[in-house]
Each structure stands twice: as structure tokens, then as C-alpha cells.
Write a protein that binds this ligand. Sequence first.
Ligand SMILES: [Zn+2]
Length: 99
Amino acid sequence: MVWMVSKGIRGIDMFYNLNIKGTKKWRKTPDKCPHCGGKHITGIEILCAYDGPLFWECDDCGERMLRFTKQTTVKHLRKTEGLFIDLEGMENICQQPPN
Ligand SMILES: [Zn+2]
């Protein structure tokens, strides 16, 4: 699953918005959700932040789990701070606005 950064929330705000409670990290998809025990875990990729899943989300209860340390996750999310997002066309994402 791929997420786009939203208009108002990006960078560190995005991290807080994710509301990841745990500090344990899973390098690979967790076998089951530590919160509800559900086995349907989806990797979430944030467009322009990291190429590949940046964190995991439980399809059953919505619990989110870290793939990297908080520090690393925030570092990747910070890349989205300066993005110019053209909502009209996805192909223009990641480009800087014209002067
Ligand atoms: Zn769950």
C-alpha cells in the first residue's frame, strides 16, 4: 500500500499523526499484530519518503508498527517536508515548484 503525503501533514507531524505507540521494530513483516494478534499486516510505503515499506499496519485493528527506529522513520519522513505536490497529476510529485 502506498500513501501520499497529505497537504498539511508531513515530516515529523506525519510521524506523530501515525500514532505509533510501540518502540519495538520489525525489519520484516510481523507475523502477527502485537495488539490484537491479527495476521493481516500490510507494509505502508510513503511516497517520496522511502522506497519500500516504512512501517507496518494491522488490517484488523489499525495498529501501526515501526520497521525502523523512530529516529530513522522521522528522518525518512522529513524528506517529504519540502515536497511540492501537484494534486492534479501524480507524475509531478517530488518535483520542485517552478520559480
Ligand atoms: Zn491488530
